[in-house]
Each structure stands twice: as structure tokens, then as C-alpha cells.
Write a protein of this length. Structure first.
Length: 351
């Protein structure tokens, strides 16, 4: 790629202090930011707002239908600008699927250091975002851009859903079993890529995982016995599961051996390769978790995922239906844990 008058490779990850969803503000800090003395305006048509920390807002538009509105953007997790655009857009669209809906259109959010990187690279980022939208069957209908000291890109996405198909993150039930549709470890591999120690096959596996759409969420929305749904992003598996537990007033047991994980992760963690965001996550919620004290468990379970999978809570009696749906889509089809009645000292127990 060209940079100024010199021809040299441009590594986008070197221009960002964070990587992908790993640059999200830690949960404990976010709690401080979101505090307000203003009460929420009464709005009966707002079916889902920010109170439950759900993946998107949902608004009743009548006739049993609702609009879904969400936005997500972050700094580069991969070096190639086109790939960065695809990943960021796939991640943003996922929030609509996580509510059980389908996307309708998107607008782009772009921050770019024009003097450092030039508009040609920014064009490739937007083109990657356009490709992800095209694959999802929606238009990239516009957007907004600024000249920024650090590159970032994402989308604001509008979707729709039948009201009786809305899936929230706080409506799980005791006895539900949990599924996870993508392997963990994206943040760990992204850190290895930034350090220049990730192999090409593992880089390709990472990219394939991040650009795999969570479109199965639309089908899960139509399944009555899927009680809760969320996608795993910057807070890691534990952070988003904790939101599900707290919102539903439940505890969870996670079977560590059954978790899908990207193969190189254990070796990378043993080399001290993990993102700062994983440590920030653990410091925010580690006190609510039992059984994750080893280095591998701590960093795998709190690893910030970029365009991660869907966490599904479904009635145990109907788990086979979800497993079959996932299997037909070539997604992990093993349960990873169970939701239990509230009453244990720690919200999440890892066995």
C-alpha cells in the first residue's frame, strides 16, 4: 500500500491503542458513565431501552411490529482496511440478530486520520463495510465521518422484528441451558496479530470467525422456547453472561470443557499473549465468578470478543431443536452450561 510518497505496508492495528471490541470501556467504568439523576421519560412504545444493557433499542411501531436501533464502532483489530470494514460492519449488524430481528439498512460511522493514512485506505474500509451489508441483504445508506487522531469504523443499523419474536438478555429462566455459536479467543488472537506472532492459518481462522454473520438470530427469534439471547462482544463471555444472570435474577454454571475455543489460545496465553481488555474485564466482575482463578480460564472467559457468537438460553426440554438448528448451520451445537435459581454466593460458577 502507499503511504505518502513511499511504498510500505500499512498496519492499521499500529494506529490504535485498542483492537476491535477490546477498546470498549470496562463494565465497572461504564456503570459510572451511565449514572444519571434524570429519570427515564415515560414512553410506552419503547419496548427495550438501555436499562437492561441489552444489545439494541426496540420501539413499537404498531400492528405487532417493532423497529430495532443500534450502533457499534471500534478501532482496527486487523491490518487490512477492507477486512477491518467487513469485521466492524458484521459486528454492528449482529446486534439486530441478537434481538431476534432482521436488519433493514445501515449508515456508516467513520473516524480517520487523513494526514497519516490518506483517504484511499478509508475508502477500502467503507467498501469492506459495504460488502458486509451487501452480504446481509441491506443497503449502506449513508453515514458520517470525521478527521480523527485514531481510526475507527462501524455502523448504525436499523432492523425490524415481530414483537412476539423479540429476544432480550434479561428474560432467561431457571433450568435453561446455554449455547454459544462461535468459539472464544478473538481478543487473544488479535493481540498476537498486533505483536506480529500470529501464523497465517490462524489469522485466516480469526478473520473467518469474525466475519461469520449471526443471522441465525432471526430464526431463534421465532422459537418460543428460546427465552433469552445476546451476543458476546467486548465484555467477554463472563460479562455478557453476568448481564443475563443479573437481569433474569439467576445464577449460572459454565462447563469449561464444553466451551468452543480457537485452537491457538492456550499456547498464546502461556506466552503472556492476551489483551489488556481481558484484564480490565476481570477486574470489573471477577468477584462474581467462582472457578476461574487459573490464568487460562481467567483470560479465556473474560477475553473481549469482536463480532463474537450468540449466547442462547433455551428451555432444556427444547434444547435438541436449537442444537439441530445450529448443527445444520455448521455452528457449535453443544450446551456450555445451565442457568440456576438465584441463591449461590457467586453469580457464575465455572466447573
Amino acid at each position: 500500500m502507499e503511504k505518502g510518497n513511499m511504498t510500505e505496508p500499512v498496519r492499521l492495528t499500529q494506529y490504535s491503542h485498542g483492537a476491535g471490541c477490546g477498546c470498549k470501556i470496562a463494565p465497572a467504568v461504564l456503570e459510572t458513565i451511565l449514572k444519571s439523576e434524570l429519570g427515564t421519560l415515560p414512553e410506552k412504545k419503547l419496548l427495550v431501552g438501555y436499562g437492561s444493557r441489552d444489545d439494541a433499542a426496540v420501539y413499537d411501531i404498531g400492528n405487532g411490529r417493532a423497529l430495532i436501533s443500534t450502533t457499534d464502532f471500534f478501532s482496527p483489530i486487523v491490518d487490512d482496511p477492507f477486512d477491518f470494514g467487513r469485521v466492524a460492519a458484521t459486528n454492528a449488524i449482529s446486534d439486530v440478530y441478537a434481538m431476534g430481528g432482521r436488519p433493514l439498512m445501515a449508515v456508516a460511522v467513520l473516524g480517520w486520520p487523513i494526514e497519516k493514512l490518506g483517504p484511499e485506505l478509508a475508502q477500502r474500509v467503507v467498501e469492506g463495510g459495504r460488502k458486509a451489508c451487501h452480504d446481509a441483504g441491506i443497503p449502506l445508506a449513508g453515514g458520517h465521518s470525521i478527521d480523527a487522531p485514531e481510526p475507527f469504523f462501524g455502523l448504525a443499523v436499523t432492523g425490524e422484528v415481530r414483537i412476539d419474536h423479540i429476544k432480550r438478555n434479561d428474560t432467561a429462566q431457571a433450568g435453561d441451558v446455554l449455547f454459544l455459536t462461535k468459539p472464544l479467543g478473538i481478543g487473544i488472537l488479535g493481540t498476537a496479530m498486533k505483536r506480529g506472532i500470529l501464523s497465517r492459518p490462524d489469522s485466516e481462522l480469526m478473520m473467518e470467525t469474525m466475519t461469520q454473520p449471526n443471522s441465525i438470530g432471526s430464526e431463534l427469534g421465532a422459537m418460543e422456547h428460546v427465552h433469552a439471547l445476546t451476543d458476546i462482544t467486548g465484555f467477554g463471555l463472563l460479562g455478557h453472561l453476568l448481564e443475563m444472570c443479573n437481569g433474569s435474577d439467576l445464577n449460572a454454571r459454565v462447563d469449561y470443557a464444553d466451551l468452543p475455543m480457537l485452537p491457538p489460545c492456550a499456547a498464546l496465553i502461556s506466552q503472556g499473549c492476551y489483551p489488556d481488555g481481558a484484564l480490565r474485564n476481570w477486574k470489573s466482575y471477577g468477584q462474581h465468578v467462582e472457578g476461574a482463578s487459573s490464568m487460562e480460564r481467567m483470560f479465556m472467559l473474560s477475553d473481549p470478543q469482536t463480532s463474537g457468537g450468540l449466547l442462547i438460553a433455551v428451555s432444556a426440554d427444547h434444547a435438541s431443536s436449537v442444537a439441530g438448528l445450529l448443527r445444520n448451520a455448521s455452528l457449535p451445537d453443544r450446551t456450555i452450561g445451565t442457568l440456576l435459581p438465584r441463591g449461590y454466593a457467586k453469580s457464575i460458577t465455572v466447573v
